[in-house]
Design a protein around this ligand. Structure first.
Ligand code: 3H9
Length: 701
């Protein structure tokens, strides 16, 4: 059984004995069965031991509790229930004071709500992030919180799921008191507090009674239907808070329990909990040692991407040399950074002093020689192989031995770039997604000659930037772009569907933006120019070419697949649709109606098939890595778990049959999976994937 609860008796200054109960389950004191059993036992002893007057509940220094053990959800939760334990704390005749240092999240904060007082250090954080796991605070959180801070504030706190720092948490009433100093000062203060509280009437400190104050929540329903579109948990949370207002505690707890159970067995909760672990697993690469993160980063190219990477580095404590050989570009890049930070000051998300510090850590330069001391250099110029090779030859000349030479290419061959240097082992891809200071994903591309310790440094770089960092193989488009680029939207638009029909289906599926709106945002000229340059003739892109020829470049030109007003709001455009209809006429295509499901199949089953190809080629280490890349790089709806998880949930035999019907070449691994009825984390599937990965990479480790 994982975890335990330790008990130590302390004597307060008035001579009374206080039990200090410490949850002990590294690394986050999750409430695994061992911790729950320990709490139950210690609470019984607290009642039985007449020498003990009060108790303090803590998690030791640095973390109070990260909540219920999420890994238990899949296997089934055994042992005493958290709800009963919290009730036992609350009903204790002896005061129990929570001493919170570090995070108190989910079930961890619900435990604190069961305590009679909550004392916190300045490092404490309060949060009910269950919504991000597709569930709700199911151990009384939706009931005790409204009775503590009111229904409306509770809905926001629980539906946003974002932890709150100690000072603000005290202001909101989530904690009772802030204690200055380290953990031992907090513990000392809590022991004294508990001793003084001994013998007091605790009735008013018990949140599990009566009803919460009335509040109007219908507005909140609409608000969260929009801001957390497609998610089931926020609406269920609001139902529970409504019950807190309308019903007595015991009855309202039944509503919470029922809503919790419904969510827990649903596909969204399963997908979101899968994502929780997938996001953490992708950062772990077997065979790579830990490496120190770089302290100084050079960035070549002060365009949109380069300046975004520079901000990202500065904000995470990495000194930057931002290089552009063109003084005008450099000035433009620095101006963009300053403007961005000025907006942060206006919005009060950063202070002027913070911004001054960040700007001081970015040194603009026009000379390659200023990169000599950098630990990593990221090239971020436009996608031109000759230019990139020239830059890498220059980096080879100026960079110190051991410096990681990274390209931010979004698809060019890392190996060809590496050939321009005498140290191909030091060359990697660091593929940021635009805007680099906002998008959470970093794909670290391993070239065939990249040394493992260089790869390890690139992974440490991503971790330091707080990016979701995924190691991927060197193939055109890497992972996210490669798999998303095969989405069948061009096929649909050329096959008789208008942009709004395709986008409506994709957005109802959960995509933040449908594929044609996305293309308008990125700009058709970006791809059109490249296609023109290469003289590409793609029979699947006739509509695209017609749009490009008509200078309908998207948002930037006020018209693309849609037309745009001054605030960049889109609307259907008869001109664009006439252009599309003309293409249909030329191709002999009739307008079509398709169901939402049919559209989604054509859009995204090719993505699943391509994901399997990445796995069989050893370009991705795990199916879940592909999901992470699509969720964090393309805003694929997290609550479906990403394309691979979604594909598995449809059944691989179904996916294969439809992929074949579409006339696509199915991946061999998909065929095998369909035949053997693999499940996403089944041993056999993982073994198949690992063997493809190992045959490509292990010999190099
Ligand atoms: C809940 O409480 C339901 C209740 O309302 C009702 C019940 C009836 N369980 O993130 P990190 C692991 S639902 C199991 O890298 P950080 C994590 O997988 C829960 N494992 O560290 C990782 O393992 P590994 C509501 C957990 O310092 C390791 O700990 N709570 C849990 O960057 C380190 O994690 C939440 O949603 C857990 N609850 O961040 C909080 N938490 O090393 C979820 C972590 O093997 N957790 N692990 O990869 C977090 O937000 C962050 O992990 C935390 C630490 C902020 C705590």
């Amino acid at each position: 059984m994982k975890g335990q609860v330790l008990c130590e008796k302390r004597t307060a200054s008035d001579g009374s004995c206080v039990a200090v109960l410490t949850m002990d389950n590294k690394p986050v004191n999750a409430l695994s069965a061992g911790v729950r059993v320990g709490l139950e036992k210690q609470l019984q002893e607290l009642t039985a031991d007449s020498s003990v007057k009060a108790a303090v509940l803590s998690g030791g220094p640095g973390v109070f509790c990260g909540g219920a053990d999420i890994s238990e959800f899949a296997t089934g939760v055994e042992g005493p229930s958290l709800t009963d334990i919290i009730a036992a704390i609350e009903n204790s005749e002896k005061p129990v004071v929570a001493a919170i240092d570090g995070v108190s999240l989910g079930g961890g904060y619900e435990v604190a709500l069961g305590c009679h007082w909550r004392l916190a250090s300045s490092r404490a954080q309060a949060g009910l992030p269950e919504v991000n796991l597709g569930i709700l605070p199911g151990a009384g959180g939706t009931q005790r919180l409204p009775r503590l801070i009111g229904a409306e504030k509770s809905v926001d706190f629980i539906c946003r799921g974002t932890p709150m720092k100690a000072q603000k948490a005290v202001q909101l009433g989530l904690y009772d008191q802030l204690v200055d100093g380290d953990y031992s000062s907090l513990l000392q203060a809590a022991v004294e507090f508990a001793a003084k509280a001994a013998g007091q009437d605790l009735t008013l400190r018990r949140l599990g009674r009566g009803k919460a104050k009335a509040a109007e929540l219908s507005q909140k329903r609409q608000e969260y239907a929009k801001s957390r579109k497609g998610e089931l948990a926020p609406q269920a949370i609001i139902s529970c808070v409504e019950a807190a207002v309308a019903q007595d505690f015991q009855d309202a707890m039944k509503v919470e329990f029922s809503e919790f159970c419904k969510l827990m067995v649903g596909p969204q909760a399963q997908a979101l909990q899968y994502m929780f672990f997938a996001q953490r697993q992708c950062q772990k690469v077997p065979g790579l040692d830990k490496a120190a993160a770089p302290g100084t980063c050079g960035i070549v190219g002060a365009g949109l991407m380069g300046s975004g990477i520079a901000m990202c580095c500065a904000e995470n404590g990495i000194k930057v040399v931002l290089l552009d050989i063109d003084q005008k570009n450099l000035d433009r890049g620095m101006t963009a950074i300053k403007k961005n930070y000025a907006r942060s000051v206006e919005r009060k998300s950063k202070s002027q002093a913070q911004v001054d510090g960040l700007l001081a850590s970015i040194t603009p330069s026009t000379s390659y020689d200023s990169l000599g001391h950098c630990d990593i250099v990221v090239e971020a110029v436009f996608e031109n192989m000759d230019l990139k090779r020239k830059i890498f030859a220059e980096l080879d000349r100026v960079c110190k031995p051991g410096c990681v030479l990274a390209s931010n290419t979004s698809g060019l061959n890392i190996d060809s770039i590496a050939e321009a240097t005498k140290r191909p082992q030091d060359v990697v891809g660091c593929h940021f997604f635009s805007p680099a200071n906002v998008m959470p994903l970093l794909e670290n591309v391993r070239g065939p000659r990249t040394a493992p310790q260089v790869m390890a440094k690139a992974m440490a770089f991503g971790a330091k930037l707080k990016k979701v960092t995924c190691l991927v193989g060197n193939c055109p488009g890497f992972i996210a772009n490669r798999v998303m680029n095969v989405s069948g939207w061009t096929h649909l638009i050329q096959g008789g569907l208008l942009p709004h029909q395709i986008d409506a289906a994709a957005e109802a599926f959960g995509m933040r933006m449908g594929p044609t709106r996305m293309m308008d945002l990125v700009g058709l000229d970006l791809f059109g120019r490249e296609r023109e340059r290469k003289g590409e003739q793609d029979p699947d892109r006739v509509v695209f070419d017609a749009m490009y020829k008509a200078s309908r470049f998207g948002q930037k030109s006020g018209k693309g697949y849609y037309s745009y007003d001054a605030s960049r709001r889109h609307s259907r455009d008869p001109e664009a649709e006439a252009l599309i209809q003309q293409v249909w006429k030329n191709l002999g295509v009739q307008p079509r109606e398709m169901s939402q499901e049919e559209i989604i199949d054509v859009l995204y089953l090719p993505v699943v098939n391509e994901g399997f190809k990445c796995l069989e080629e050893g370009m991705a280490l795990r199916a879940s890595d592909i999901d992470v890349c699509c969720v964090f790089g393309y805003n694929w709806p997290r609550y479906t778990g990403g394309p691979m998880k979604w594909g598995f949930s449809l059944g691989l035999d179904q996916v294969l049959a439809k992929v074949e019907k579409m006339g696509l070449k199915p991946s061999e691994l998909l065929k095998e999976g369909a035949q053997k009825k693999w499940r996403i984390n089944s041993k056999e599937f993982n073994a198949g994937v690992a063997s493809a990965w190992n045959s490509r990479w292990t010999s190099k480790l």
